[in-house]
Design a protein around this ligand. Structure first.
Ligand code: GDP
Length: 331
């Protein structure tokens, strides 16, 4: 069996076969694998003076052009001398079996570029599990010298919030929507977005896209009042033609330097680590409660009582916790 030290050396040397094994290890849910994965992560975690990769989240509805944008952006970044890793957080893939990055042909030229690495969403179950694997994979990719990490997600449930909390700059791709159609954009995603881009601004749609960008910009001004540290720009771009892609990247860099100058960048990253710690504590405790023998033995009865109204949800929650405590405190 390959040792943790060998894995760490292989990751740092960007040996792709070793990197793939290391990622498989952090994605595994087997307790012995998880223990080795944590050893590996400690081993490869860089010191405080190491260069910091730029982590960018990209969201938008299916069909908006995320893959096409990542392909164009990735190639642009490689032409600037960067090494680009593409990861995905797609909890729906665990249900449907199909991942948003499962089909690499959607990023054909990037997928074959040796300075790029594309990894589909892990299919390890819950959003919490997928997010954990993605965060840890990000650490491995950075150790392997990837200095830009692009994390793609679709707006399913909490996945956008989860990705926004693991990147430095969260970007939102949309299509030209104006007036009433603007209402269709989830308000939550506008609150999370640091950069907004109206994609498919090409052919007959250029003017429409610019009008939409102006309207979105006004909508964003309500969310980020004058005097905010950063007011998200709304850009227009065509991922297929490649227009607006360098400007998109410039906006990401401007966002990063604005945060850095204000000391906000480091603060955010440290806070993300702390939040992440507590998220894992919550997930682990919930798992213990749900799988404890005590809770298993009362679960269906308690759920039935809530459904027929003979227990309030608050009392039912207490019954479940009592069943857990009662069981877990037994020798
Ligand atoms: P995703 O589901 O968000 O990843 O979207 P894709 O990148 O797969 O793109 C969905 C479709 O839109 C594909 O047929 C793309 O060729 C097309 N598309 C993506 N970007 C653009 C663009 O900038 N302009 C035009 N006209 N089509 C685009």
């Amino acid at each position: 069996m390959i040792t943790v030290a060998e894995l760490a050396d292989g990751v740092r040397a960007d040996k792709r076969a070793v990197l793939a094994r290391a990622i498989t290890l952090v994605e595994s849910r087997r307790p012995d694998h998880q223990a080795r994965a944590q050893e590996l992560l400690l081993e490869v975690t860089p010191g405080p003076d190491a260069p910091i990769a730029t982590r960018v989240g990209i969201t938008g509805v299916p069909g908006v052009g995320k893959s096409t944008t990542i392909e164009a952006l990735g190639n642009h970044l490689i032409s600037l001398g960067h090494k680009v890793a593409v990861l995905a957080v797609d909890p729906s893939s665990t249900r449907t079996g199909g991942s948003i990055l499962g089909d690499k042909t959607r990023m054909g030229t990037l997928a074959v570029n040796p300075r790029a690495y594309i990894r589909p969403s892990p299919t390890s179950g819950t959003l919490g599990g997928v997010a954990k694997a993605t965060r840890e994979t990000m650490v491995l990719m950075e150790a392997a010298g990837f200095d830009v990490i692009l994390v793609e997600t679709v707006g399913v449930g909490q996945s956008e919030v989860t990705v926004a909390n693991m990147v430095d700059t969260f970007t939102f791709l949309t299509l030209a929507r104006t007036g009433d159609q603007l209402q269709g954009i989830k308000k939550g995603v506008l609150e999370l977005a640091d950069v907004v881009a109206v994609n498919k601004a090409d052919g007959d749609h250029v003017v429409e896209a610019r009008v939409a960008a102006r309207e979105l910009s006004s909508a964003l001004r309500l969310i980020h009042p004058r005097g905010s540290l950063w007011r998200p720009p709304v850009l227009t771009q065509s991922a297929v033609e490649g227009t607006g892609i360098p400007e998109f990247w410039d906006a990401v860099l401007r966002h990063r330097s604005t945060l850095q100058e204000a000391g906000e960048f480091d603060r955010r990253r440290r806070q993300q680590q702390v939040d992440w710690t507590w998220t894992m504590v919550r997930d682990a405790i919930l798992g213990r409660v749900e799988h404890s023998d005590g809770v298993r033995s009362v679960r269906s009865e308690v759920e039935a009582s809530v459904q027929d109204g003979s227990l309030t949800p608050a009392l039912a929650a207490q019954r479940i916790l009592d069943a857990f405590d009662g069981h877990s405190s037994r020798p």
